[in-house]
Design a protein around this ligand. Structure first.
Ligand code: THU
Length: 139
């Protein structure tokens, strides 16, 4: 189990090195593991037009989709400082698209995991793809 997390942490820390965070100076790396055992990472990419910035998790999920993967079994984010850098609300929803309520989400600092949550804890009673299935009819 801990080596599982070690792999995610290493990938997220490597991604964090490439964070583009000249405005917040809050550098984030994220890594997702898929059901096929593959790991995809991303970093936050800020923009001078602030709302156009992207979270690290969004980058990791884009890389995962690009590779044809659709099932997340674990997520880890890493940031500096002392905080527990849990995923923002928007990223919880992004993860929700590809994960289950019991999917672990690790919040790490440079030295390792600081807190562990499940997606269901971070985003209870959430809305997801399953809510749409009964409305999807062939046209
Ligand atoms: N950030 C992430 O990359 N992921 C999160 O879940 C929380 C926030 C980034 C966005 C922005 O570049 C910086 O952290 C400060 O909000």
């Amino acid at each position: 189990m801990s080596s599982d997390v070690d792999d995610l942490l290493a990938a997220a820390k490597a991604a964090q090195l490439n964070a583009h965070a000249p405005y917040s100076h809050f550098r984030v790396g994220a890594a997702v593991r898929t059901s096929n055992g593959r790991i995809f990472a991303g970093c936050n990419v800020e923009n001078a037009a602030y709302p156009q910035g992207a979270c690290a998790e969004a980058g990791a999920i884009s890389a995962m989709c690009l590779a044809g993967e659709r099932e997340i079994v674990a997520v880890l984010t890493v940031c500096d400082g002392e905080v527990i850098g849990t995923c923002c609300g928007g990223c919880r929803q992004r993860i929700r698209e590809f994960a289950k309520p019991d999917t672990p989400i690790y919040a790490a600092g440079p030295g390792g995991v600081r807190a562990t949550f499940t997606l269901g804890e971070l985003l209870p009673h959430s809305f997801g793809p399953d809510h749409l299935t009964e409305f999807q009819t062939e046209r």
